[in-house]
Design a binder for this molecule. Structure first.
Ligand SMILES: [Zn+2]
Ligand SMILES: [Zn+2]
Length: 504
């Protein structure tokens, strides 16, 4: 288990020595809402600013410098929240439709779990990159000049293009990446819907940068800027950006990328630039006559945060078991998601078939069928889970990382909570039982769970109250439902079940 690693302590250098001089990380601090974090979303960061993100001490080894790189992505999470809210309001004004809260919370749940994992495996990424850079680099490319800035942008985006392409065209990689494509909506929150396991493999595609001579810090910063750029392209509100569509990846190109229409399958892989797709023949522009319908080809129909992460792995397992020869078993995992025995590597795809011919009701989205109170309940509980995530993030940013047991405990209780909350939206029959058990456990062991010991007194009281009320909510509701059902049944009349069936 690799634990969250804070920046290493430094022996000398202003601003980094002594706890007194280290500013305490504040999730909603005013420093998060400055112009820099907005510009960073569009890659509008100068080479000098890139260099400043490595910290003020310039007498460090490359490995130490990498550990000091500012976590701009974490710092931008509050900005993401505000922008998601603004987009939801603007979208409601423009279209008259609200984004389903169930889909938004599923996206954020995947984002929380993925980001927690990313914090933990960060050291692995940088460690191997740094080893390669230290022993086999051709030269050393500076971090703070414009030509090096442009070269780093190109190199990072080139690495991302191939990582993203592999994520679509190799079944095992798709098992991870499909999480991002599983939403049937297309908004800023979808940008945060990420796989937990993709954090373990992406770095391989950037290793050529280490050989070329981009320092580990340069890679880490440009990788963050590359991912940050991809946030704002997840929106339906921005239609066309004119000449920029030739060079940049835009909302229009990315809408096409997220389409499950045969026309749009496996295209537009670029992160910041669309030039790679134009170069390598994977570019298809958005077609107004065939609007993209978002989501997976085999519809997901679940808001369970764990099921969203593993459903494709379960499918691969099923396919491996279904094939008899060893070669076909390996192919089922390592060839394209559409591959079947006897077919070419990537399987078959006819782009000329409109989606209306492929699916019976392509426009119909998966909707929660549960009553409104249940949606409010799930939303409140999602908000009560957030502080555990923020506490873990704060620990990392404040150089007080969790121990192994604290990390494991946080992962386990947050994963169970987010999976359960998603299933409340799905109205699963077992939810009354598991929710009662989950809330009872969290209430009873509240003080033993790491993260919220010292601060958030006000928040702790609210969280405990919500949990305690929820422990009684489900049994009481069950009792009342059963009682009213009995009361509604005439002594010798038809059963309630028969009445409900007739009313359908
Ligand atoms: Zn993709
Ligand atoms: Zn996307």
């Amino acid at each position: 288990m690799i634990l969250p690693q804070p920046p290493l302590p430094v022996e000398s250098g202003e601003g980094w020595t002594g706890n007194a001089s280290i500013p305490q990380w504040n999730f909603f601090g005013p420093d998060k809402f400055d112009v820099f974090h907005l510009r960073a979303l569009f890659y509008l960061v100068t080479p000098k600013e890139v260099a400043n993100l490595t910290g003020p001490n310039h007498n460090l080894s490359y490995a130490e410098e990498a550990h000091h790189v500012q976590d701009v992505f974490s710092d931008t999470i509050p900005v993401f929240m505000v922008l998601c809210l603004i987009e939801a309001v603007v979208s409601f004004i423009v279209t008259g439709r609200l984004f389903p809260v169930s889909d938004t919370i599923t996206s954020w749940s995947a984002g929380l779990l993925s980001h927690m994992t990313k914090i933990c495996v960060k050291t692995l990424d940088v460690g191997l990159y740094t080893w390669l850079f230290t022993h086999y680099r051709l030269t050393i490319i500076p971090i703070d000049t414009w030509w090096a800035w442009a070269a780093a942008l190109l190199a990072t985006d080139f690495g991302y293009y191939w990582f993203h392409r592999a994520s679509h065209e190799i079944n095992l990689f798709w098992a991870a990446h499909q999480v991002h494509h599983s939403s049937e909506e297309f908004n800023f929150s979808v940008a945060l819907r990420q796989s937990v396991v993709s954090n373990f493999g992406a770095w391989v595609f950037y290793l050529p940068m280490a050989l070329l001579g981009f320092t580990p810090a340069t890679f880490l910063i440009h990788h963050q800027l590359n991912l940050l750029y991809q946030f704002w392209i997840h929106t339906s509100l921005i239609k066309n950006l004119g000449p920029l569509e030739w060079i940049l990846n835009t909302p229009s190109h990315h809408r096409a990328h997220h389409g499950r229409n045969p026309l749009y399958i496996d295209i537009n892989y670029g992160g910041v630039l669309i030039i790679w797709d134009r170069l390598f023949g994977t570019f298809i522009p958005e077609n107004e006559k065939e609007p993209a319908l978002y989501g997976l080809v085999g519809r997901l129909e679940s808001h369970n945060a764990v099921w969203v992460q593993v459903l494709r792995l379960a499918e691969i397992r099923r396919r491996i078991a279904a094939n008899t020869s060893l070669g076909d078993k390996i192919s089922a995992a390592l060839k394209g998601p559409r591959w079947r025995p006897g077919l070419p590597f990537f399987g078959l795809l006819d782009r000329t078939i409109p989606i209306a011919k492929k699916e019976e009701h392509p426009e119909r989205k998966y909707q929660s069928k549960v009553p409104r109170w249940q949606k409010i309940y799930a939303t409140i509980h999602f908000l009560t889970v957030m502080p555990w995530f923020l506490a873990m993030l704060r620990g990392y940013e404040n150089h007080e990382p969790y121990s192994t047991s604290e990390t494991l405990l946080t992962f386990v209780h947050m994963t169970i909570s987010l999976a359960n909350i998603g299933s409340v939206f799905d109205g699963r029959s077992w939810i009354p039982l598991t929710e009662t058990a989950r809330c009872a456990f969290l209430f009873l062991f509240f003080n033993f769970l790491p993260g919220l010991e010292d601060e958030y007194e006000y928040m702790r009281s609210i969280m405990r109250t919500v949990l305690l009320l929820s422990v009684f909510l489900w049994p009481v509701r069950h009792y009342l439902t059963t009682t009213s059902a009995h009361a509604a049944t005439p002594a010798n009349g038809p059963s309630v079940v028969t009445k409900v069936e007739k009313s359908k």
